[in-house]
Write a protein that binds this ligand. Sequence first.
Ligand SMILES: [Zn+2]
Length: 186
Amino acid sequence: MKYKPKILPVRLYGDDFLRKKLPEIDYNTPGLPEFIEDLIYTMYARDGIGIAANQVGSFYRMIVIDPEQDNKLNKKSPIVMINPVIENKEGEVVYEEGCISLPDIFADVSRSKKITYSYTDRMGNRITETAEEIKAVVIQHEFDHLEGILFIDHLGTLDRLKIMHKLKKLQARAVNGQNILEGLTL
Ligand SMILES: [Zn+2]
């Protein structure tokens, strides 16, 4: 029987899981194929173009991205990256970023324009690729999550001040134990 994926609760800013550095995982971990299905399903349900495992409270060192998705055309091509490593970085580029774990917060972030990276794919193959611009930015953002780093950590003092009130609101939710995003947004 085909596995029916479910939406996993997303951890929001203030949750300790977002600050955890995730250890490498064994590709043959039981339950990993199902978790991958759930993570992909959750990313699309939350309108994300990328998601990292600790955003749903998992210790698996893996991310899913789909920077080329098109909702109008219903075009989906999720890329699963297990134990990703960024091998090389070049240049600089600035995009406005947001994050499923930081709702309603957006800011310009400077990142490398071109990266070379390797990862284990869903079939268990180790792959090395190069990406530029948006795809490179998405991978760097998600890779950061696996290291416990959030995009707001890259902001300067002034940009941080601009979003401080929103961060405080999220932090207050965390203190009250309401920092998990549940329910359908489909
Ligand atoms: Zn994020």
